[in-house]
Design a binder for this molecule. Structure first.
Ligand code: C5P
Length: 218
């Protein structure tokens, strides 16, 4: 691998598809900085929740979006289930998205490149990304994964509740007017329903290596 090259990797997909794990592994492997853009929407939802503000208060959401500091996103605090739901509600507002997308693009533009994951990275945030991956899995597989995750951290949850939450969030994310979740035409589709994270990583790596090999020829 040539470290002097710039490499931008865009990863999209629905909740609990495994895109975050894949993004972290690729960032680690290619020594790239990584941004989980979901955390930026979660930070806005969380700010409104802790101030007891309604989630349709657009101007409060815009203020919270302006205050988002990419260097200070607390995954632990932001991982709560109600924060995810709040995030998907504030994520429908175009003005909130614009403020966050500007910050995400600045992150993506750093020398050397970056790995970003979210819902609209390949379509809106980084349409010129060197490699686009779209990671998905059936809602049932994603719900079961999320439940295992919660159990492994000593928590409790109900599979049916998680599945309902995933389906609701998918509908909101794919159905909104601005930057809906969708597969970019030039993205590599990785369906992890029956694929291990290791196999997904190898498939992603092979797509990236192809891009790097083509570059070295030119
Ligand atoms: O990826 P994560 O589950 O943390 O995202 C939380 C919510 O933030 C999503 O359900 C979605 O509504 C929103 N989001 C978005 N665009 C992104 C990343 C996340 O709209 N690029």
């Amino acid at each position: 691998m040539n470290h002097s090259l710039s490499l931008t990797i865009a990863i999209d997909g629905p909740a609990a598809s495994g895109k975050g794990t894949l993004a972290r592994r690729l960032a680690d492997y290619y020594h790239l900085p990584h941004l989980d853009t979901g955390l930026t929407y979660r930070a806005v939802g969380h700010a409104l929740l802790i101030h007891g503000l309604p989630l349709d208060n657009v101007s409060a959401a815009e203020t919270a979006a302006r205050q988002v500091d990419l260097a200070n996103l607390d995954r632990e605090v932001l991982s709560a289930h109600e924060v995810a739901d709040a995030a998907s509600k504030v994520a429908v507002f175009p003005t909130v998205r614009k403020i966050l997308v500007d910050k995400q693009r600045a992150f993506a533009a750093q020398p050397g490149g970056a790995v970003l994951d979210g819902r609209d990275i390949g379509t809106v945030v980084c349409p010129e990304a060197d490699v686009k991956l779209y990671v998905t899995a059936s809602p049932e597989v994603r719900a079961a994964r999320r439940l295992r995750d919660i159990h492994s951290r000593g928590g409790k949850a109900d599979l049916a509740d998680i599945l309902a939450d995933i389906v609701r969030r998918d509908e909101r994310d794919a159905g909104r007017a601005d930057s809906p979740l969708r597969l970019a035409p030039d993205a590599h589709l990785l369906d992890t329903s029956e694929m291990s994270i290791e196999a997904a990583f190898q498939a992603a790596r092979s797509a990236i290596e192809d891009v790097l090999a083509k570059r070295n020829k030119t």
